[in-house]
Design a protein around this ligand. Sequence first.
Ligand code: SAH
Ligand code: DHB
Ligand code: MG
Length: 229
Amino acid sequence: MSQELWSTVDAYISEVLVGPDEALEGALRRSSEAGLPAINVAPNQGKLLQRPAATSRAGGELLARVQGATRILEVGTLGGYSTIWLARALPPDGRLVTIELEPHHAEVARTNLAEAGLLDRVDVRVGPAAEILADLEGPFDFVFIDADKPSNPEYFQHAVRLSRPGTVVVVDNVVRGGSVADADSDDPAVVGTRRLNALMAAEPRVTATEVQTVGSKGHDGFALAVVVA
Ligand code: SAH
Ligand code: DHB
Ligand code: MG
């Protein structure tokens, strides 16, 4: 059980099942050169976002509902790495809105999306997600929440408001090394994630679960929620 082993296995999985990809590798290279932190999703998790039904065995019945998404919403763009995966799942007439607080991150993301040939489908909105979400109109078919963790409860509530029955909501980084299980934590990210979990459990419109992961990004996990009504 070690980070080195988790990274080796992630590299193996990505080599076998993801493969080389100039747009995605270029996006990471340009993001690194521009000084962005390497907190993008791992390649194999990116592919899970793109086509969950084709890549996951567990929970296939939930994940299959995302197929055919034509409107995608992302909260937390960074350099657009996960955005590229998500936008590739769209049909040519599909649209993706991605929200990023930092203008510099958004600028790097636009370059990366242009290089990937996807900027025509993606609207990168710059500003605090809470404000931008409040002005959006749905419905979206798929929502990926991956920004400031203390705000996850608020972002989840917007996601449900902007959904339709069948909408899939994925929230990244809900485990963070296991700290989420500490009910006494005063870490705002942990408190936010625990509130998110309570909201997901209490929301009658949603059925949700979470899966822990280990890999090149350490010990973490993601939430998967489906809007059922
Ligand atoms: N989804 C990306 C990683 C996002 S990292 C990927 O996997 O490739 C989280 C991003 O959220 C950072 O770029 C950060 O600047 C942004 N962020 C932080 N607080 C925010 C806020 N209040 N509103 C919008 N974006 C925010
Ligand atoms: C952080 C954010 C992420 O979205 C992630 O995947 C890993 C780390 C962070 O803010 O530290
Ligand atoms: Mg993340």
